[in-house]
Design a protein around this ligand. Structure first.
Ligand code: ADP
Ligand code: MG
Length: 684
């Protein structure tokens, strides 16, 4: 067996107990251990003369002990060890708390490396509990750049560092070079052994940079190869063959003219479905760009070809709304349309299922209930999932498995920078709807503090008296979360508003309501019979209420920018001038800067780029729902240029050797396949 796969509990100095702690960090094998990269580094590489150190500075000094360490007992249970050290420029008084054994280790004349924080008061310098080493000690943590690892209770920096050190020493010769030499030369990338050594124990910051660049490249390159191969294998799957239809017949039935971007997306998908191969396409478009219409056109097209489509929405409310919208578009043509959601009665569900199994429906719209085990489709040819970032990737595939290689269209309103989309949806072809329907107005956005409350209430009053409706969104409060001061729950806030506006109709939707109750309230709001709708983010995606002209977000600092952008997209969908007010009392500079971005642009792509920059990709996507394997080292934001290079390199390589069967690609192939098996679920 490859030494890299050895369980760390068999490593020298680790053992059963510590192994369990390492497991908590995701480290199981020697390979994991050497791939457990430092979180950051401390520069302890140069020593500073004592006289040049300032108060509060964390520094490395090299000094002589001017006296033997001695014990000072302050009171019972509190013992100090004290001694003074000197260099040519000055002196520092060192104190250790509760480590009496140090007394025996330090003697007058010892030459020491000391790392710690200087406290300078009135020309007198002191250090408390510094890191102390004899000059020239092996495996030292002073006089060099020192790695800082993420830890867990029970594991210290020292333990992790020495475990990594031992692992590196033991496996140096086993580390495979997965990058073909020609590639390494072309892109000037360091060798594996050097890279692993210097990412943990860099000889200098230049070495660290070289090591990092190589490892980032490797990670992104492997991912690009894996996704590229997957896309290749998808493309080879044959699909249900469709034939040309006059799509203008559908377009001309609409109350408006489709945008060029909508037409392009439809044409892309139609081309896929006429190719004889299975379509696997992402339609990405900002909120309000009109994705539903694209879906409708394709459902129409598939129906014309005599087949059935399924449309999956992330929530009941959305399923309901899509059912209404799509019915309006399609029923005039005679399509038979059904609905299947969790909140329907058993009898209703049974009926729809029977119709589906008998092939009596041309379109079914629903939530994840669509792929329950007992749902059978007689002829499922097109699967559309809306707002896919809300679905696990597995859910998508279980719906797909209901048909005989149906065509798949994924619609996403998360505008992500194109490079990132290429990675995340590497297995899908992408159509971007980069054009808004005409006449769409900019939503004026304001970031305000609590002091604006009275004026804000006045503004609500004014808009409602003009006949408009208002959304108010409060952050979702988790049940186990202690309510931070100033954070309002939707219910409380709704009660306050009702008190303030006794004559207005205020309602509240929140996560704890049953689907049926939520639906009822939403339909009442859509019908115009509620003036102010207070909610948690259940309305985040999709709902369309053209008469709503004001979106207020309370505690706006608790939302991500992309989320705020989605929320803002709920207004400005009709002919009325619309507004978005972000209320936050946070005086954190970064937070205010974030909210300010919202007031400056309505461009979802620009906002998501800023969001990505500010929050990093991990937070950006929340959990790993995007289906990307966790990145060990690459930071998808700042490593964007490496990402592009790696992607290009992967494409070129796969073009010349699609199966990675060349002998010089053997290691690469193994690594790519490992990525596949590790992430079989995520990448599917
Ligand atoms: P999203 O991409 O956010 O799902 P929708 O499909 O809900 O957007 O469309 C937003 C609104 O724009 C809807 O009210 C829809 O009827 C309208 N719409 C879509 N396409 C056009 C168009 N080409 N011209 C005018 N209005 C359009
Ligand atoms: Mg939508």
């Amino acid at each position: 067996m490859n030494y890299l796969e050895t369980d760390i509990r068999y490593c020298k100095g680790i053992g059963e107990k510590k192994a369990l702690l390492f497991n908590k960090l995701g480290v199981f094998t020697v390979r994991d251990l050497v791939s457990y990269f430092p979180r950051k580094y401390e520069d302890r590489s140069s020593f500073k003369p004592i006289a040049l150190t300032c108060d509060g500075e964390t520094v490395c000094i090299n000094a002589l002990a001017a006296e033997d360490a001695h014990l000072v007992r302050i009171r019972r249970g509190l013992e100090l060890v004290k001694f003074r050290v000197v260099d040519e420029s000055g002196s520092v008084d060192i104190t250790f708390f509760n480590q009496p054994y140090i007394k025996n280790n330090i003697h007058r004349g010892d030459s020491l490396n000391i790392y710690g924080k200087i406290i300078a008061v009135g020309g007198k310098r002191t250090m408390t509990n510094p890191v102390i080493e004899r000059e020239g000690a092996v495996g030292g943590v002073t006089g060099r750049i020192v790695p800082v690892y993420g830890l867990t209770t029970g594991l210290s920096q020292k333990i992790v560092m020495s475990a990594v050190r031992q692992a590196l020493d033991a496996c140096a010769s086993d580390l495979p070079e997965v990058l073909p030499e020609s590639l390494r030369k072309k892109y000037k990338l360091a060798q594996t052994g050097y890279a692993y050594e210097n990412i943990h124990f860099p000889a200098s910051f230049e070495d660290l940079e070289l090591a990092r660049r190589r490892l980032v490249f490797e990670e992104l390159f492997l991912l690009a190869c894996a996704l590229g191969r997957m896309k290749g294998s998808h493309a080879k799957q044959s699909g249900i063959l469709m034939h040309g239809q006059n799509i203008e017949e559908f377009f001309s039935s609409l109350p408006f003219i489709p945008t060029g971007a909508q037409r392009r997306a439809v044409a892309d998908a139609v081309r896929d479905m006429q190719s004889g191969m299975a379509m696997n396409r992402l339609v990405q478009g900002d909120v309000g760009s009109g994705k539903t219409l694209v879906a409708a056109a394709l459902i129409w097209y598939v129906w014309k070809n005599g087949h059935t489509s399924a449309f999956m929405a992330p929530t009941e409310i959305l399923a309901e709304q899509h059912f209404e919208t799509l019915s309006a578009f399609l029923a005039p043509f005679g399509l038979r349309i059904g609905k299947l959601t969790g909140s329907m009665t058993a009898k209703q569900k049974r009926e729809v299922k029977a119709e589906l199994a008998a092939g009596e429906l041309d379109l079914v719209i629903g939530t994840h209930a669509l792929f329950s085990e007992d749902v059978e489709y007689s002829d499922l040819a097109l699967v559309i999932t809306d707002e896919q970032h809300r679905f696990g990737v597995n859910q998508r595939s279980s719906l797909i498995s209901k048909g005989e290689k149906p065509h798949v269209l994924v619609m996403s309103a998360t505008p992500i920078p194109r490079t990132l989309a290429l990675i995340i949806y590497g297995d899908l072809d992408i159509s971007v709807i980069d054009e808004m329907p005409p006449g769409r107005q900019k939503v004026d956005t304001f970031a305000v503090t609590e002091s604006y409350r009275t004026r804000l209430n006045g503004f609500i009053r004014k808009l409602v008296s003009e006949g408009r409706q208002v959304f108010v969104v409060c952050p979702m409060i988790e049940e186990n979360e202690e309510l931070p001061p100033n954070v309002k729950s939707a219910q409380e806030h709704a009660a306050e508003l009702q008190k303030y506006f006794p004559d207005l109709r205020v309602a509240c939707v929140h996560g704890k309501l049953r689907a049926k109750e939520k639906n009822d309230i939403m339909s009442t709001f859509v019908a115009g019979d509620i003036d102010i709708l207070v909610s948690t983010t259940v309305i985040e995606v999709g709902v369309d209420v053209p008469n709503a002209a004001l979106m207020i977000v309370e505690n706006a600092d608790r939302f991500g920018l992309s989320q705020l952008h989605q929320l803002r997209g709920r207004v400005g969908r009709g002919e009325h001038k619309s507004y978005c007010v972000l209320v936050s009392d946070s005086d954190n500079e970064a937070t205010r800067a974030r909210l300010k971005i919202m007031t400056k642009t309505n461009d979802g792509f620009k906002i998501s780029e800023e969001d990505l920059k500010l929050r990093g990709p991990g937070d950006f996507f929340g959990s790993r729902q995007h289906g990307l394997p966790a990145m060990h080292i690459a930071d998808l934001c700042s490593d964007m240029s490496v990402l592009q290079t790696a992607q290009q390199a992967a494409q070129e390589l796969l073009l010349s050797d699609p199966e990675l069967s060349a002998p010089e690609h053997a290691q690469l192939k193994t690594a790519v396949e490992r990525l596949f098996t590790l992430n079989a679920d995520a990448l599917n």
